[in-house]
Design a protein around this ligand. Sequence first.
Ligand code: ZN
Length: 572
Amino acid sequence: MEIVTWNINGIRTFGGGIKNALDSLGADIICVQETKVTRDLLDERTAVVEGYNSYFSYSRGRSGYSGVATYCKDSATPFAAEEGLTGLLTNHEGAVGCYGDHTEFSSEELQLLDSEGRAVITQHRIMCQDKEQTVTVINVYCPRADPEKPERKQFKLQFYKLLQSRAESVLKDGSHVIVLGDVNTSHRPIDHCDPSDNDDFSENPGRKWLNGFLHSGREEEDDDDDEPDEESEVTDTIHSGIFVDTFRFFHPTRTNAFTCWSTLTGARQTNYGTRIDYILADCQLAKEQFVAADIMPEVEGSDHCPVWGKLSCSLLPSSKAPPLCTRYLPQFAGKQQKLSRFLVKVDQKSVQSEQKEVLPASQEEEERRENLNPHGAGNVPGKKRLLTSHSVVPKGKKPKTGNTSSKPQGSLLSFFKPKQANVGQCEKETGLDEDASSHSSQKALSAGEMSSVTDTGNRDTELVLDGSSQLCSGSTTAETDKRVKTKHLSSQSAVGHSEAKKGASLVFWKSVLHGPPPPPSCKVHGEPCVLRTVKKEGPNMGKQFFVCARPQGHASNPEARCNFFAWVDKGK
Ligand code: ZN
């Protein structure tokens, strides 16, 4: 039995070929997070995949936000499946049960905790050494604590407590339990590219919770000589839980093993990341059935990579999928039997553009977008974020350096093309870690400003200088693209309403009429900088600055971004 978890950062990561993508991951049970699929957006292509049965959890609040899904091979069909952790989202027909103790939550809290589409539970029969048992797979997308939203810290911890209560309750009932997904907390310093950049690393409440949830998995093995004694003692004293981090179980001392990197800063190139995606199994299952577990950093397409685990037990499929299965949804029921549905050639182009219209690029962007743009125009995903129709692409060649991949401009018209390459680089900066907005290389901005600059809304107006060429798309949203296209070169209409846009337009016209001003070179590498714009509301909003164009990395890495920073001189 093989199992995979992957935060796919939008189901579009799978492109048009979900079946190919699932097949290439080669697992019996594939748990994905941050699908950004809500019930209104779920299409048949996503819901009904030949050879698989799927189970979705959707955000109730807003469209295109959060969401998890579990795809099971037909040979791994569960006998029970349920959305959410609380039991409030199920009618209990074919549900998993064992809800645990909810006395410390108010009913309102419980409802909120299950309202964002963050958990799907499936229950499977397995054969372990000729003995039939059950394993319950809890697929979770734990909340991220946005430093700018203090109330989310509490929400995140409440979610952890609820998750623990449910997992332990199911385990107590006699089923094995696997909790897997994007937990949004790096556990130990070894799981973080720069733990010293976080004050009180070990004092982080999420880490404290993980310590209480996890067992070292090794302390009972007296004859274990692989691990230094020092390490054993440390982990033994702080780990009191009954779940095992299966990756660390097999690789207790491996360093630089990360599953999430900031796409904006190109940190994947320097492997400046965190390990926040886990497959956690109850102690007995981990020790008796798991034979391997590892990360798959070579698989691109999302700002996270997949994580897999292999168990020696085999799955016993249920003959009938439980009621939560998406193929029973009224809009798909009956259709999946028609073979013709699978043979219809889908126009890749129209499918992708359709997705671009409806799916926002990230949850944080969606949050920002809600504030900035009530119409919520869809973003244009960077090509690099898409898996091809051949699905998962092993990293054959190094991705181009972020923010510098623009081509020299051949004609005026190309100025009106959205800077797509840039969009792909602008995903969740703070996805690096739950609470870490560590931008130590750019002290000229406050951490809050910087995270805002890099975090979200800047995709719309960010300008990029690339050596001899300058790209000045006022916006990368479809809306603005259309506006620019339809109004052509009318100088009046090209000038945006906001100060920031006005600035962008001025730079634009300067570059058209006089050629772009050369960007400064960073001091360490002597390379042309990139131009960025502060998007956070406040005294610096709309101001532009230059930073080193290289990907973010550890301060000691000479290949990574240096600390060059300069405001754009407005006098010019
Ligand atoms: Zn530099």
